[in-house]
Design a protein around this ligand. Structure first.
Ligand code: MLT
Length: 212
C-alpha cells in the first residue's frame, strides 16, 4: 500500500489494530525519526505516524512559521494546522487506521501545532499529550472538544514557555470542553525521563489507549 502524499513521514504499523495511532510531532530542528522510540514506549503496539514539519527556519524543520521566539505567523499556523489535519485524514485511509482519530504526542513546536489542530480542527485528534506547549492561537468561537483528553506537561524552569502560558492553554482547552490535566516537572525545555514516566502513566490511565 502506498502512503499518503504531502509530508515526508515515517509510519510504523504497530501490532494492535484496536489502538488509535499516535501522531508524533517533533520540535524545531527535529525530524520524523525523533519521537518514534518515545511513541513505542508510551503506547506499545500502537501504530505510529510521524511527519516531518515542512517549514524550514535556517534549515531546521518546523510545523509552522514564527516571526520571533514565541511570536507566531498566525496565517501560516492556520494553513499548516489544516494541511496537517488533511494529511492525517489521508493517512488514516491509506494505512487503514482505526475510525478513532489519532492521539497527538508533540514536543515544543510539535506540541504547538497539535494544540492548533485541536483548536482549529477538533475532530482530527482524539487526544493529545503536549510536552512544553504554548497557546498557539485563541479561536472565536471556541471549538467543541468534549470527549477529547489532553495532558500538558510543563517545565517549572522552562526558559521558553512561562507558567502563565501553560495554564492559559489548559484554561482555553478546558473552556472548549476538553478533559485537561496539567503536570509540572522541575525541568526546562527538554524532554527528560520524568516526561516519559508522566506520559506512560497518562496513556496507561487513558481510555484512548484501549481504543474506547
Ligand atoms: C515554537 O516556535 O513553536 C515555540 O517557540 C517552541 C520552539 O519551537 O522553540
Amino acid at each position: 500500500m502506498s502512503g499518503p502524499d504531502g509530508f515526508v513521514h515515517q509510519f510504523v504499523p504497530g501490532s494492535r489494530a484496536d489502538l488509535p495511532a499516535l501522531l508524533l510531532l517533533h520540535g524545531t530542528g527535529g525530524n520524523e525519526r525523533d519521537l518514534l522510540s518515545l511513541g513505542a514506549a508510551l503506547a506499545p503496539g500502537a501504530p505510529l505516524l510521524s511527519p516531518r514539519g515542512k517549514v524550514l527556519e535556517n534549515g531546521m524543520p518546523r510545523f509552522f512559521r514564527r516571526l520571533a521566539e514565541g511570536v507566531f505567523d498566525l496565517d501560516d499556523l492556520r494553513f499548516r494546522a489544516n494541511e496537517l489535519a488533511d494529511f492525517v485524514e489521508a493517512a488514516t485511509r491509506a494505512y487503514g487506521l482505526t475510525a478513532t482519530p489519532p492521539v497527538a504526542v508533540g514536543f515544543s513546536n510539535g506540541a504547538n501545532i497539535a494544540a492548533a489542530m485541536l483548536l482549529l480542527r477538533p475532530k482530527s485528534l482524539s487526544g493529545a499529550l503536549l510536552f512544553r506547549p504554548m497557546v498557539p492561537l485563541a479561536p472565536d468561537p471556541l471549538p467543541d472538544l468534549r470527549g477529547v483528553r489532553v495532558a500538558i506537561v510543563a517545565g517549572r524552569t522552562d526558559p521558553i514557555v512561562t507558567p502563565e502560558q501553560s495554564t492559559a492553554l489548559a484554561d482555553l482547552l478546558t473552556r472548549s470542553g476538553a478533559d485537561v490535566s496539567i503536570e509540572w516537572l522541575p525541568g526546562g525545555h527538554v524532554l527528560t525521563r520524568a516526561d516519559i514516566e508522566v506520559g506512560t502513566r497518562w496513556f496507561g490511565l487513558s481510555s484512548l489507549s484501549r481504543g474506547a
